[in-house]
Design a protein around this ligand. Structure first.
Ligand SMILES: [Zn+2]
Length: 757
């Protein structure tokens, strides 16, 4: 019989008491009378079944009411606890640490997805770990058979456009025209009939190549990923180094209590931010007594921040949070405005740890200044997990693959290849918004909506309950056409790392209605004069926002009717937006639910391939062209630039931030009347810049000066570190935060180490 070793950690020491962000969305689940785990919230989270979000009606008798500590050092203990906690009808065949969860395998999915959830919920609370239900591989039928059975279970008017069975997780992804039709009961029926647990996505208007690539890679790497998830789980739930090496048992007030020394045999008192971390020996008779001692050594909570990029600059965002137990990287971007490696990439050369020491990389969003160096990290030997939201994975894959294409076309160097992008895909663990997730023995991460682009997240790190870091990534603290504003409700944040792209006091966005008016009038002027309007846009985010605005303004008669040409990559990104529509803002979600595809319009013409692009060049009539990249750094926008720039009637409108050093920035700054570029035959040619240029700030996905300050005052951190901004802008935010909000603030340097605690 498997031996059981339970270490009691003190009653009720749940995560919110640890000071962890309790940022679970307001759509907290209700328990149905049938005690089904599956409720209406399931669509929002892509039907991921995690029992810790379920409130049990009552605690089953065989689940202890206290917190049990089990680590991956003793998998037998885990199995013993699980098998004791669940009824025999659940037919549980295994339990193991997988990624950030405990995976429980069952041969009775109907029971396990309904009745069992109450037991698992209590167990999840006792173990303080997420539990995910998976089907036993032996009951999963093959993909073709599953497709046919699922089609029969769906109502006749529901179209199943794609299906993907993931052998590594037992999950089946269904692309449907009406994903909401798959309600909790349907998920149970599908699981019972096929052995696969269904997740749904919206069918996009065109198939997304990035999603297809991801599915095919995941399919071919299922075995490899199964062992990868186990490896990651074993690492996350390892026995903490500090508790295991420093724990010294003592007796206090007649109770069995372990306290700690600082290595010199001297006990310290717990600091005011520390959590109770009492350890009571096995089978203690005093389970339920309040904790008596805690981390005595404040160095156990030491939290250091290594700044490797993205400070006093926009581009190559990268930090590493170092605690006594873990090392976690936040973002891993490149600086597209720089050519020299030392300035273009994060300063990993200076970070003296090995890549093997990294527990995790967290990517806030898909823009290349936040993730563009990630494939190179794998190329140079990183083998661990990368965490991001679901839509961030296909969006960053799209942008990474595009970077490879641009580098090949331009003959420029890129520090990675397609196979490194594939590694990112295989090692990626996606997380929904608002779900606290353990990623190392002492760090729990929660991603929340940042309102910047689809899937963009603020990253909240809870370190041992002792220190909470909120890394903002890029965020918009205002609602846009596409997204809801960034979430700003956090019970406790000691350190806020905020962006400051628009950090000057004069960086105040005009009111949205005025932005639309100015935008429309300006385009009308050019169209009336017989010119073309080129709008260079980042494929992800601003492009979709501008598409919605152009379509609406034209439909409602304010914008002159003319063709709107959209380059292929933008429509690929839009297809991804449709697939993950539940990550978009309330209004867009609502339209999609009503069957409206906001990214399709009678005015849009998709331009795919160079031949069609030639047609656009040769057409003399007025038109609007949307093309990537947004900063004129490679991609079709540069090809259009060569044609548009020499024409006096034409206009280039910039709607996104232009990083220093990019062609877009130089054009806006008006520092050049002409530019030497290679033409389509590879010959150098001087391109005169005679067209009008205009910059419109109101479309930015970044917070303006006032929004940054509102966000900070809402979050109420104890300290603010300012990043992602030109030096003067970051300094302006830091100084305003200190003088107006009376909050400690600072602007770090690249290669600076800051002790946060
Ligand atoms: Zn961004």
């Amino acid at each position: 019989m498997a031996r059981r070793r339970v270490i009691v950690q003190g009653e009720n020491s749940n995560k919110s008491e640890k000071g962890e962000s309790n940022t679970r969305p307001t759509h907290r689940r209700n328990i149905k009378k049938s005690r089904s785990v599956l409720d209406s919230n399931i669509q929002v989270e892509n039907s991921r079944i995690v029992s810790d979000a379920v409130l049990p009606a009552e605690t089953p008798a065989n689940i202890p009411g206290h917190v049990m500590k089990v680590t991956s050092d003793d998998q037998d203990a885990l199995w013993a606890i699980v098998s004791e906690a669940v009824p025999a009808e659940s037919k549980i065949t295994g339990a193991r640490f997988e990624g950030p969860s405990i995976a429980i395998y069952t041969k009775n999915p109907r029971f396990s997805l309904t009745e069992l959830t109450m037991h698992l919920s209590s167990l999840s609370k006792s173990l303080k770990k997420r539990i995910v239900v998976r089907t036993d591989p032996s009951i999963r039928i093959n993909e073709n058979e599953a497709r046919s059975r699922i089609s029969k279970l769906l109502p006749k008017d529901v179209m199943l456009s794609a299906i993907f069975c993931d052998d590594a997780t037992g999950e089946v992804i269904l692309e449907l025209n009406r994903p909401k039709i798959v309600d909790p009961d349907m998920i149970v029926n599908i699981a019972e009939s096929t052995g696969w647990i269904a997740h749904t996505r919206q069918s996009p208007h065109i198939p997304s190549n990035s999603i297809t690539l991801i599915h095919s890679l995941l399919k071919n790497s299922a075995k490899e990923r199964t062992s990868f998830y186990q490896r990651v789980g074993t690492r996350i739930f390892r026995k903490p180094l500090m508790t295991s090496s420093l724990a010294v048992k003592s007796i206090e007030q007649g109770r069995n209590v372990s306290s700690f020394t600082n290595g010199n045999g001297v006990s310290d008192e717990v600091g005011d931010l520390s959590i109770p971390n009492q350890i009571v020996s096995t089978n203690s008779t005093n389970q339920g007594t309040p904790p008596l001692s805690s981390y005595p050594n404040s160095s156990k909570h030491e939290v250091m921040l290594y700044c490797l990029g993205g400070v006093k600059q926009v581009g190559r965002s990268c930090f590493i949070v170092v605690t006594p137990e873990s090392k976690v990287m936040l973002d891993c971007g490149i600086n597209p405005g720089e050519n020299i490696a030392l300035n273009a990439y994060p300063r990993l050369d200076w970070f003296t740890f090995s890549l093997d020491d990294l527990d995790a990389v967290i990517i806030s969003h898909a823009h290349i200044d936040h993730q563009g160096f990630l494939p190179a990290l794998y190329k140079f030997g990183y083998k661990g997990p990368v965490y991001c939201t679901e839509p961030t994975l296909p969006l960053m894959t799209l942008l990474q693959m595009d970077s490879i294409k641009i580098a090949n076309n331009n003959g420029t160097y890129l520090p990675y290849e397609a196979r490194d992008v594939n590694e990112v895909i295989k090692r990626c663990i996606t997380l929904p918004y608002g779900k606290p997730t353990d990623i190392s023995p002492d760090i729990t991460v929660t991603l929340n909506n940042a309102g910047h682009i689809m899937g963009s997240a603020t990253v909240h790190l809870n370190v041992s309950g002792a220190h909470n870091i909120l890394y903002s990534g890029d965020y918009k603290y205002a609602r846009t056409q596409l997204l809801d504003n960034a979430l700003s409700i956090y019970p406790r944040v000691e350190t806020l790392i905020t962006e400051s792209t628009y950090g000057n006091s004069s960086d105040v966005m005009p009111e949205q209605s005025l932005v639309y008016k100015g935008f429309t009038e300006s385009i009308n002027n050019t169209l009336k004069g017989g010119g073309k309007v080129l709008i260079p846009v980042p494929a992800v985010g601003r492009a979709q926002e501008i598409m919605l605005v152009l379509d609406r303004e034209m439909k409602e008669g304010r914008l002159l009717e003319s063709p709107i040409y959209i380059e292929g990559m933008i429509s690929e990104a839009s297809a991804i937006h449709m697939s993950y529509a539940y990550y978009l803002g309330y209004n867009v979600r609502k339209s999609v639910a009503e069957g409206i595809n906001p990214f399709q319009s009678e005015y849009f013409t998709i331009v795919n391939g160079t031949r069609k692009r030639e047609d656009v060049f040769n057409d003399d009539s007025p038109s609007i062209i949307m093309a990537t990249s947004g900063m004129l750094e490679g991609g079709p926008s540069v090809e259009y630039f060569k044609e548009i720039a020499p024409g006096e009637k034409n206009k280039i409108m910039f709607v996104s931030y232009q990083i220093n050093g990019t062609l877009g920035r130089r054009v806006i700054d008006g520092v050049m009347n002409e530019i030497s570029m290679t033409d389509k035959n590879g010959k150098m040619k001087v391109i005169p810049v005679k067209c009008t240029t205009q910059k419109i700030d109101g479309f930015s996905g970044h917070s303006d000066f006032n929004q940054i300050l509102s966000f900070i005052s809402r979050v109420k951190p104890k300290r603010v570190l300012v990043n992602h901004g030109e030096k003067s802008k970051s300094e302006n935010i830091a100084s305003t935060v200190y003088h107006k909000l009376r909050i400690r603030s600072g602007v770090p340097d690249v290669r600076e180490i800051i002790r946060l605690r």
